[in-house]
Ligand binder design. Structure first.
Ligand SMILES: *Cc1c(COP(=O)(O)O)cnc(C)c1O
Length: 395
C-alpha cells in the first residue's frame, strides 16, 4: 500500500488534534437516554442530553413507535416525492402545524437537513442573507448552499443588524434575517421582537431556528414565536423533533405556499428517504402529549430554576443563560476538560465545551437540565460540581 491509500494525510491531521489536546473518544451509552445513564459501563447522572422533557424513553412514546412499526413496517421505502409519503407523514405535518399555530409545516429528516434544505430553497441570486454570528453550524452550512449574498451581524446586536439593513437593503431583491431562537452554548434567547420590528421596517423576511426553544419556551412548549406572541410575524420557524420531542427530525413552520415550494425544491425532501414510520408515530405521540398537558414543560422549568439558583448561590458564573441550558464558565480550555473528566469519575456526566465550538478562552461546562431529573439527582450533581470545582481551584 502506498502512502495515499494508507490515508496518511488524515493520520497527520489526527496527530495534530492529539498534539492540541482536543482529540477525543466517543463516550458509549449502553442504555436509553435518561436522567441516569450507563456510560462506558458506569452509572452516572446525565447533564448532557437535549432530551429536555424526558420523552426519549417514555413508555407512551415507545408504544406509539411499536404500533407504527406493526402497521407500516420499518422503512418508508422512498423519498416523499416518489412513494415514501405515508398517511402517517401527512398526519405529522398536520399535528405540528396545529401545535405551532401556523398554516403549514414541512417535516425533514433532521433539524440539520431542514436548515440545509430550506435556506437554499427560499433564497436566490440577488438576495441577501443576514445571519447572527453565533448561529448554529447547520444554518451556516445552509447559507453556504444558497446562491444569495451573505452578511453577519454581531451576536444579538440590533444596532449592527440595522446598520447592515440600512446600508444594503436597497441593493437586493429579498433580504432574509436568520437567527437561532435559543443560543445553544450560552442559553440566551434571541431578541426576536426587535428583529421582527426591524424586518418590518426594512421589508425583510425572518427565519428563526428554534431547535432549543421548541418544547421549552411558550405555551406547552410551542416555542419562541409563541413565547413572544409573534404568531404570523415570523416567515420561517424551524424546530427539531430530536431534542425536547425526544425522537428525530426537523421541520419548518410557515405559510402553505412555503410548504408547496419545499415539496418541489427542498432538496432533502427530493433526494433523501422519508423518516421511518416508528419515528413518525413516536413524534406524533410526543407532540400530542405536549398539547394535552403542560406538566412536562412546567417540570423542566422548575428543575432548571432550581439547579441554576443553587449554582449561582455557590458563586458559579452561569453567564447570561435564560433557559435550561446552563453553562458554567471556566475559561481555560485544558482546565475545562479536566473539570468535565473529574466530574465523570465522580458520577456526573457534563460535557466540556471549548474552542472551536466556542471562542478561545471561554471554555465552559454545559449543563443540560431535563424534566426527567429528580431533585435528589440535581442536589447530588450540584454537590459534586462544587466539590470538584473546589479541588481544581475553579471556585
Ligand atoms: C441541534 C440543532 C440543530 C440540528 O438538529 P438535529 O435535529 O439534531 O439535526 C439545528 N439547529 C440548532 C440551532 C440546533 O441546536
Amino acid at each position: 500500500m502506498d502512502k495515499i491509500h494508507d490515508l496518511q494525510f488524515l493520520q497527520e491531521k489526527i496527530e495534530e488534534l492529539k498534539h492540541d489536546g482536543v482529540y477525543r473518544e466517543l463516550p458509549v451509552n449502553t442504555g436509553p437516554c435518561d436522567a441516569m445513564i450507563t456510560l462506558n459501563g458506569k452509572e452516572v447522572i446525565n447533564l448532557s442530553s437535549n432530551n429536555y422533557l424526558g420523552l426519549a424513553n417514555h413508555p407512551r412514546v415507545k408504544r406509539a413507535a411499536i404500533e407504527a412499526i406493526e402497521k407500516y413496517g420499518v422503512g418508508a421505502g422512498a423519498v416523499r416525492t416518489i412513494v415514501g409519503n405515508m398517511d402517517i407523514h401527512e398526519k405529522l405535518d398536520e399535528v405540528l402545524s396545529k401545535f405551532k399555530r401556523e398554516e403549514a409545516v414541512m417535516v425533514f429528516q433532521s433539524g440539520y437537513m431542514c436548515n440545509a434544505g430550506t435556506i437554499q430553497a427560499v433564497t436566490d441570486k440577488g438576495d441577501l442573507i443576514i445571519s447572527d454570528e453565533l448561529n448554529h453550524a447547520s444554518i451556516i452550512d445552509g447559507v453556504r448552499l444558497s446562491k444569495a449574498d451573505k452578511a453577519v451581524f454581531r451576536h444579538s446586536d440590533m444596532n449592527h443588524l440595522e446598520e447592515i439593513l440600512k446600508e444594503k437593503r436597497n441593493l437586493y431583491k429579498n433580504v432574509l434575517i436568520i437567527t437561532d431562537g435559543v443560543f445553544s452554548m450560552d442559553g440566551d434567547i434571541a431578541k426576536l421582537p426587535a428583529i421582527v420590528e426591524l424586518a418590518e421596517k426594512y421589508q425583510a423576511l425572518t427565519y428563526v431556528d428554534d431547535a432549543h426553544g421548541s418544547g421549552v419556551l411558550g405555551e406547552n412548549g410551542r416555542g419562541i414565536v409563541d413565547h413572544f406572541h409573534l404568531h404570523g410575524k415570523v416567515d420561517f420557524t424551524i424546530g427539531t423533533l430530536s431534542k425536547a420531542i425526544g425522537v428525530i427530525g426537523g421541520y419548518v413552520a410557515g405559510k402553505k405556499v412555503m410548504k408547496e415550494w419545499l415539496s418541489h425544491r427542498g432538496r432533502p425532501i427530493l433526494f433523501s428517504t422519508a423518516l421511518p414510520p416508528a419515528s413518525v408515530g413516536a413524534i406524533i405521540e410526543s407532540v400530542t402529549m405536549l398539547m394535552e398537558s403542560n406538566e412536562y414543560t412546567e417540570k423542566l422549568w422548575d428543575n432548571a430554576r432550581y439547579f441554576k439558583s443553587k449554582l449561582v448561590s455557590l458563586g458559579f458564573n452561569i453567564g447570561k443563560s435564560e433557559t435550561p441550558i446552563t453553562p458554567i464558565f471556566v475559561g481555560d480550555e485544558a482546565k475545562t476538560m479536566l473539570f468535565s473528566k473529574t466530574l465523570l469519575e465522580n458520577g456526573v456526566f457534563v460535557s466540556g465545551i471549548v474552542f472551536p465550538t466556542v471562542p478561545k478562552g471561554t471554555g465552559r461546562l454545559r449543563c443540560m437540565i431535563s424534566a426527567g431529573h429528580t431533585k435528589e439527582q440535581l442536589n447530588l450533581a450540584v454537590e459534586t460540581i462544587y466539590t470538584v470545582a473546589k479541588k481544581l481551584n475553579i471556585i
